[in-house]
Structure formats: structure tokens, C-alpha cells
Write a protein that binds this ligand. Structure first.
Ligand code: BG6
Length: 463
């Protein structure tokens, strides 16, 4: 438990992210008594009161506990501010001082930039000049930057340079909420705490890897943003390349902090783009905020390789899309076939290790075993670890977990400046190619033309 308390200052507090994830996460930290006390300052441009700010979050909190909700409400104030108005930050500094005094807080602050990335530099500079985020020996101040962090390599570099001029990297937490998901956090733990896996985790034993992030949902009112972004910038640059880095990295000397990030960056820098396929769902160009002639991709499939001794020649296949037939995020490691020693019928497939990120979180190992009653015939069977069996049906929410990590000062589940830039480099390279974009029906598995692409690249998708 954190007894000294925290002040959360949320920029972009009237947005969807704060409503759906941040306020519910702070509520849960209070409810689970991870933090004893806190103050919350919601910061945004339009006028609003605390009830208008907080109440919409209630529908995202199951079994609302009214006394905890009251505690959150009494700890919260709303502060109207124009992101570029220096005098508004001076006023904010005073608000913070009073609030921290009122709640007997020590000035440990989380400054959460839940805004679009074009505001990051302005807010960062103003936070520095108003000394709102200046830590001392007695207290810490940490800045959290929501994704997307920029819109290409150049803009990300500019934001990183701006931050590094005024803050130390040890204060900076770049968000990728996938790193807060239980099963993503489990990848390196399962890999490096079990003797049986690591010796097989390389090109000698693995034939290919699939990382799949399928969504049933569409744009959720974010047409204008998504039209400028597309699947590659929205989820491949961040969530999918982060998962790839965790699968691909070498063993860090310790499973914590920069040891992990030092290994992930080496992977991201070795990515080679081999082939890319793109699609757009029917009706995308009629969505609100989307240009009628838009060629933005809502679906992407990629073949990547890692140019290093562990992985040389092993394809990493990535596939993602909006409005597909199902919601599923999973990683599949396909092992090579063994030589067939059976005389009647050989195994139909090799072994798979599947990490199911969501839904039905768990880890599955698929192996061949004897068909009961037969003497020389095998069939694929599954050994399964189901995550809900370990921690009950309620999976910890990613944002709640990540906010708790910020409070504890653990940066390993946040993305470092160099990782962000290396990932953008990969996406910029693909974006330059001007590839065709194939149409697909909503609720389908993606464009029909994907079959030919998959056949050409020798991939049989597992999801
Ligand atoms: C976000 C993307 O980062 O991740 C969204 O901007 C996407 O477009 C979402 O829907 C997927 O996250 P999750 O946790 O629902 O799988």
C-alpha cells in the first residue's frame, strides 16, 4: 500500500480514455487500498464541474461501492486550462498546492497526458516552466504519455527531444496498455522461469510465429483520428511490435526495469519487413470523420523477420483488423515437425505454444499423443493453463495495473524513447510503399485476397 498518497493530474480529462479507464482505475486503486489517499485534478479546455466529469465513469465500474465513489468525488477538482496558456499553469500550480495541503499529500504527482500527441510538447514545456512537475528529494513527479506517441518517426523524435530538454527519462512513462495486460506480462516470466522453454525458443526449433490482434469493434466514434492513423499506426506500431519484442528478445540479466527494455530495443532495431497486405472494411469511407476517398487501412497482415542469430529465417506473421468476425488477441509459436517414425500415419501437424492474451486468457501447449485404443496413431491434444483458474474470473485491468506501476516507479512496463522511435521507423518504411488496399465485408475474416497472400507466404492462420 502507498501511504503517502498521490496527486493525479489528468490532461484531457473530459476524453474517452479518462472516462472509460483512468477514473475507474483510480477508483479501484482506492477500493483495493493500494493507495490510502489521493487528489485528482481533471484538466481540460471546456468548462465542467466534478460531477459532470466523473459521473460518466460509473457505467464502467461494476458493483459501484458508494463510499469509495464519494472518496473519489471529494478528492477530485476540475481545472479548466488552455494547453498553451502559461498563466493557466500558474493557476494550476496554486490549485495543486491547496489541494495537497487539504488532503495532507506530500506532492507525489502523476501528470497524465491523455491528449492527442500534438499537444504533448506544449503541455510538457508549460509543465516544466511552471515547475508543476519538478521533483525534489522528498517527492517524485512522473509524466505519463498516452499512445499514440507521435504520428511518425519525425514527430516522435521531436516530442522525445522536447521532453529530454526539460525532464529526466527516469520521470517519463510512455503508455502502451497492452504491456499492462496479464498475459503480455506473463510472456517473459513464462519464458525465463521455466527450463523447458528457452532451449527451444529459436530458429532451430521454431518454424514461425503468429501475432494476431482481431477486433469485432469498429471506430467507436474516432473516425477522424483513425482515418489519419490506420491499423499500422494504431496498433501495429505499439501493441503488436511490443509483443513481438517480448517474444523475440534475448534473456535480460534481470527481469526488471531497463534490463528488459535494453533487450527489447535490440529486437525492434533488427526488424526486416518482408511483405505487407492491407485491407479496408466496406463502409469505412462513409463513417463520420472519414474522407470519402480514404485509402486508410483497417486491416493489415505483415511478414517480418529478425535479422539476428537467434531468429534468422523465422517469419513473424502479424495480422490485425477492425470489424472482423471475432475479438481475439493471441500469439502462436509453431514448432518444426519432427522426423516421422510412425509407419502407418504421421502426425498431421507439429507442436504449438499459444499465448491467449484475450479473451479466455491462458497458455496452451498443443502436442501429439496416442489416439486412445490405437497402437500407432497420434492426434493433437492440448495442455492448457487457464488464467481465470489462477486468479478468479476478474482479470486485473491493464490501466489499473499500469497506474500502480507508475506509483511504484517501475518503468519496465512502459516504452522507452528509443523503442518508440525504432517502432516508428518500421511503420514509416511500410507507409512509404503505397500498397493496394483490398475491401472486406464487416464481420468477415478480412479481404478474400488475403488467401493468396497467405498461400504465397506459407502461413496458415491460427486465428
Ligand atoms: C487502442 C487502439 O490502442 O487499442 C484501438 O487505439 C484498439 O483502436 C485498442 O481498439 C485495442 O485494445 P484492447 O485492449 O481493446 O484490445
Amino acid at each position: 500500500m502507498d501511504k503517502r498518497g498521490v496527486t493525479f493530474i489528468i490532461f484531457g480529462a473530459t476524453g474517452d480514455l479518462a472516462k472509460r479507464y483512468l477514473f475507474p482505475a483510480i477508483y479501484t486503486l482506492l477500493k483495493e487500498k493500494k493507495i490510502e489517499k489521493c487528489a485528482v485534478v481533471g484538466v481540460a479546455r471546456r468548462p465542467m464541474n466534478v460531477q459532470q466529469l466523473l459521473n460518466p465513469s460509473q457505467e464502467f465500474i461494476p458493483h459501484l461501492n458508494l463510499s469509495i465513489w464519494k472518496q473519489l468525488e471529494q478528492s477530485t477538482v476540475y481545472h479548466q486550462l488552455q494547453f498553451d496558456a502559461a498563466q493557466d499553469y500558474q493557476k494550476l500550480a496554486l490549485v495543486l498546492q491547496n489541494l495537497e495541503q487539504k488532503h495532507s499529500l506530500f506532492g507525489n504527482r502523476i501528470l497524465y497526458l491523455a491528449t492527442l500527441p500534438q499537444h504533448f510538447e506544449t503541455i510538457t514545456r508549460n509543465l516544466a516552466s511552471s515547475k508543476i512537475a519538478t521533483q525534489t528529494k522528498q517527492n517524485w513527479n512522473r509524466l505519463v504519455y498516452e499512445k499514440p506517441f507521435g504520428e511518425n518517426l519525425k514527430s516522435a523524435q521531436k516530442i522525445n527531444q522536447c521532453i529530454s530538454r526539460v525532464f529526466d527519462e527516469s520521470q517519463v512513462y510512455r503508455m502502451d496498455h497492452y504491456l499492462g495486460k496479464e498475459l503480455v506480462g506473463n510472456i517473459s516470466l513464462v519464458r525465463f522461469t521455466n527450463r523447458i522453454l528457452e532451449p527451444l525458443w529459436n530458429k532451430n526449433h521454431l518454424e514461425s510465429i503468429q501475432i494476431i490482434l482481431s477486433e469485432k469493434l469498429g471506430l467507436e466514434g474516432r473516425g477522424e483520428f483513425y482515418d489519419k492513423s490506420g491499423a499500422l499506426k494504431d496498433v501495429v506500431q505499439s501493441h503488436m511490435l511490443q509483443m513481438l519484442a517480448l517474444i523475440g528478445m534475448e534473456s535480460p540479466s534481470k527481469l526488471t526495469g531497463d534490463y528488459i527494455r535494453n533487450e527489447k530495443i535490440k529486437v525492434l532495431r533488427k526488424i526486416k519487413v518482408k511483405d505487407v497486405f492491407m485491407g479496408q472494411y466496406d463502409g469505412f469511407t462513409r463513417e463520420e470523420g472519414v474522407q470519402p476517398t480514404s485509402k486508410t487501412e483497417t486491416f493489415a497482415a505483415l511478414k517480418l523477420e529478425l535479422d539476428n542469430p537467434r531468429w534468422k529465417g523465422v517469419p513473424f506473421f502479424l495480422k490485425t483488423g477492425k470489424y472482423l468476425d471475432k475479438r481475439e488477441t493471441s500469439i502462436h509459436l509453431k514448432f518444426k515437425m519432427v522426423e516421422c517414425l510412425l509407419t502407418k500415419s504421421c502426425p498431421t501437424d507439429s507442436n504449438y505454444l499459444t499465448i491467449r492474451i484475450q479473451p479466455n486468457e491462458g497458455i496452451l501447449f498443443e502436442m501429439n499423443a496416442k489416439v486412445p485404443g490405437e497402437t500407432y496413431q497420434v492426434m493433437p491434444v492440448k495442455m492448457e493453463l487457464s488464467q481465470p483458474d489462477l486468479n478468479g474470473p476478474k482479470m486485473p485491468d491493464a490501466y489499473e495495473h499500469l497506474l500502480w506501476q507508475v506509483i511504484q516507479g517501475d518503468q519496465s512496463v512502459f516504452v522507452r524513447n528509443d523503442e518508440i522511435e525504432a517502432a516508428w521507423k518500421v511503420i514509416d518504411e511500410i507507409k512509404k510503399k503505397k500498397l493496394p488496399v483490398y475491401a472486406y465485408a464487416q464481420g468477415s475474416k478480412g479481404p478474400k485476397e488475403l488467401d493468396e497472400w497467405s498461400w504465397k507466404n506459407k502461413v496458415r492462420w491460427r486465428g
